[in-house]
Ligand binder design. Structure first.
Ligand code: AMP
Ligand code: SF4
Length: 478
């Protein structure tokens, strides 16, 4: 198996939402998933229960395409979990759409929705298959389900704890049965997962922006290594069990840099405000004389505003995005990706003509976007184009569910900053430093790196990886 196929199987990033004990559970989950749409546009799904059996619906497409009023009416029950999925490879299959639903003699009905990626999924899958498990999907989530149902534990929560302790990787996980909702966060807290309250109902979401949309109050982050157990019949209060030894916190830096919605808070830090600070820090580290600052819409807008503010240079809309073209990364081939960028962005000639332009992008992965944009700005008459990236160079692959690609495609893994500047045709190019990133996000100093995962920048993975991913140990992809 070549590196390509290994990476194709690894890619998975998603959003999860759940609510317990609310008469409008399905409708609220629909709105929650809609707010999380940026985390996954390939498929959406929902499972609802009133305690006597599941109703569920999953399909390929955007949330508003997957559900309609009739379908939501059929999702009867006061508890629901939902999922949006994003995939970049040949796994675009309905069978992989979540939540995954299982029927098991001892456990009964079981639905799982996860955001993240397991590093040891292949090994666990082989072991489970050797014990008779039959897999219907290529999703890591099914591995978790089989671990739960194959456990010899006497109750569900023990089976779940046993299963979680075998997982290596990133996961924000919701598990629903007809009796309980269980919510878990991996021991490093790699993917965001928050708890909120709507009236008397607990709500869970990958991002807090979904709470605002439904009028829920954010309560707190689901802690790394924490399992929350909620009883559907309201017999018991919410219980919190630590299921693993505390590990150093390692929240994905890319959530702050690019992935999360600007109106979300991660561990109490607003994403837009953090991005503005990233821009300000970037100016202090790599100042440049220029006439206008602009950002690659929409994900770099906050950082561009922060850079402009710190520099005292006007922020302008130098690039306009056509909102009706999906994110460039979703295009499967390089050729299509390049076409996608062309379709997606246009330069505003009147803003850039004859000017020295600073263009801020939140990240540089393959270099495709920057190369296109520099050319576009120059074609629109920009006199100079200075590229500033509000994150460090991505030199290592992510194994935790963000598609930062195979190492051979990472431009900064193959080239120096000066070489990249030449390739993208910019007059100057600078990246934010790791220290600048940590300072700007402003997490409290839990550890030396303030509880960030920075592995795609520095190759220091928070979990063990060599054992599970031999291609990494051989240095082919890292
Ligand atoms: P590239 O064009 O390959 O250099 O990728 C960088 C661009 O893609 C930036 O404009 C980012 O906003 C965006 N980006 C970064 N990471 C991701 C990701 N995981 N999925 C989709 N887009 C991304
Ligand atoms: Fe996020 Fe990078 Fe860590 Fe992946 S490797 S979880 S993208 S910080």
């Amino acid at each position: 198996m070549g590196d390509e196929s290994v990476f194709d199987e690894l890619k998975e990033e998603c959003g999860v939402f759940g609510i317990i004990g609310h008469p409008d559970a399905a409708r609220l989950t629909y709105y929650g998933l809609h707010a999380l749409q940026h985390r996954g546009q390939e498929s959406a799904g929902m499972v609802a229960t009133g305690g006597t059996g599941f109703r569920y619906h999953r399909s390929m497409g955007l949330v508003h395409e997957v559900f309609n009023g009739e379908i939501l009416k059929g999702l009867v029950g006061d508890t629901a979990i939902g999922h949006v999925r994003y995939s970049t490879s040949g796994e675009s299959l309905l069978t992989n759409a979540q939540p995954l639903v299982f029927h098991h003699g001892a456990v009964g009905q079981l639905a799982l929705a996860t955001n993240g990626n397991l590093i040891n999924a292949d090994r666990l899958k082989k072991e489970l298959e050797s014990r008779g498990a039959v897999f219907h999907t290529t999703s890591d989530t099914e591995v978790i389900a089989h671990l739960i149902v194959q456990s010899g534990a006497s109750c569900l929560e023990e089976a779940v704890i046993e299963a979680l302790n075998q997982l290596v990787g990133a996961y924000a996980l919701l598990i629903l049965t007809n009796d309980q909702l269980l919510v878990a966060q991996d021991p490093h807290g790699l993917r965001p997962l928050s708890m909120g309250m709507l009236g008397d109902s607990y709500v869970f979401s990958s991002e807090t922006c979904a709470f605002d949309v439904i009028g829920a109050e954010p309560l707190r982050t689901v802690e790394p290594g924490e399992l929350l157990i909620l009883d559907l019949k309201g017999k018991e209060e919410l219980r919190s069990l630590p299921f693993a030894e505390p590990a150093p916190r390692a929240v994905c830096s890319f959530e702050y840099i690019y992935f999360a919605r600007p109106d979300s808070d991660i561990d109490g830090i607003n994403v837009h405000a953090a991005r503005k600070r990233l821009g300000g820090e970037l100016y202090r580290e790599a100042p440049v004389e220029a006439d206008v600052v602009t950002g690659v819409p929409d994900s770099s807008t906050s950082a561009a505003i922060g850079f402009a503010e710190a520099a005292g240079i006007p922020y302008e809309l130098g690039l306009i995005k056509n909102r009706y073209v999906a994110r460039t990364f979703i295009q499967p081939s390089q050729h299509l990706r390049e076409q996608g960028v062309k379709m997606k962005l246009s330069a505003v000639r009147k803003v850039v003509e004859g000017k020295r332009v600073v263009i801020i992008d939140d990240s540089l992965v393959r270099g495709t976007t920057s190369r296109r944009i520099v050319r576009m700005l120059k074609e629109a008459g920009a006199r100079e184009v200075h590229v500033r990236i509000s994150s460090p160079p991505v030199r290592h692959s992510c194994f935790y569910g963000i598609d930062t690609s195979d190492r051979t495609q990472l431009i900064a893994a193959q080239h120096s900053v000066e070489e990249i500047r030449e390739i993208i045709g910019a007059d100057s190019l600078s990246f934010l430093s790791e220290e600048g990133l940590i300072r700007a996000v402003g997490r409290t100093p839990e550890q030396g790196n303030c509880g960030h995962c920075l592995a795609c920048f520095n190759g220091k993975y928070p979990t063990a990886i060599e054992e599970e991913l031999p291609q990494v140990a051989e240095g082919k992809s890292r």
